[in-house]
Write a protein that binds this ligand. Sequence first.
Ligand SMILES: Cc1cc2nc3c(=O)[nH]c(=O)nc-3n(C[C@H](O)[C@H](O)[C@H](O)COP(=O)(O)O)c2cc1C
Length: 319
Amino acid sequence: MELRPVKIGNVTVPGNVFLAPLAGFTDHAFREICLSLGAALCFTEMVSCKGLMYRNENTAVLLKTSDKETIKAAQIFGSEPDVMRAACESEYLSPFDIIDINMGCPVPKLFNNGEGSALMENMPLAEKIISECVKSGKTVTVKLRTGVKEEKPVAAEFARMCEGAGASLVTVHGRARSAYYSGAVNFAEIARTKNAVNIPVMANGGIFCKEDADEMIRLTGCDGVTVARGALYNPFIFCEISGKSHKKDFFEILVRQIDLLKTTYPDEWIARNMRKQAACYLKGVRGGKQAKVKLLSCNSTDEMKEIAREVFRAENFDV
Ligand SMILES: Cc1cc2nc3c(=O)[nH]c(=O)nc-3n(C[C@H](O)[C@H](O)[C@H](O)COP(=O)(O)O)c2cc1C
């Protein structure tokens, strides 16, 4: 794919390969690592606007940023336009240059509350949310799906509404809510969305290697790609897509990630929370299964580093 900057409202992002928001994963440490490996823009995981307005500390900590993030992008969710605008205007979101609104999350907890992908079936409310958030003065983007039901794609019409309401970019996950995270990506609907609007369109879904990214751009004509699970298993995917030279050292990445998190969280919390991330890095690694079992019971980051060192050394990684 051709690498080029993306203009999002008044913000120019230097490249067109982004890291998607991933709940439980895209904290400041992982974002900093992906940026260093070639991602041009990284989003926080989705944060609840209501949670912010109730000053919930567990919500606020998700918005911790790193100095390395020269352009900061947060993702928010909710269904009340005034609360969402207030969140955009709050001190919590003041460090962020870009606010992405989640209109794609499929989980029942949000969907049944009229949030996330439920908004794709409620265009008037979605429009009001976007226009209120835009009034805060923030650059607003929207992440959506092809629709709620696979047989009824509406992303193109929805994106047109987003543009009219003042959104500066949309990201289309090429699956419907009914498909959650599996199944084929609907390239045709992503392409239809790209052709329906003048704002930049990022394509998302099923990008696990450089060839997937090339194929996505070839089939959709989008302005860039947004990588999600592909980065959890292999954050070096950003070097691979953007042609940046790199040393593929998972052990080094894991240690860096742990050390960066130490500025925010207690050691035991990091050890527990990093288990799922470490398990992703171990996918397909010889001895990985046994290492995963050991990880499940480790309660300190030193223990975790030791388990990782053993298994990645056995794989003859240069650690
Ligand atoms: C564990 C997990 C957490 C996710 N969290 C979010 C989120 O917070 N906000 C969001 O918009 N999408 C979220 N997504 C969706 C991804 O951003 C992405 O749209 C989806 O995984 C499809 O891309 P992929 O096929 O490259 O993984 C999440 C997906 C997964 C698997």
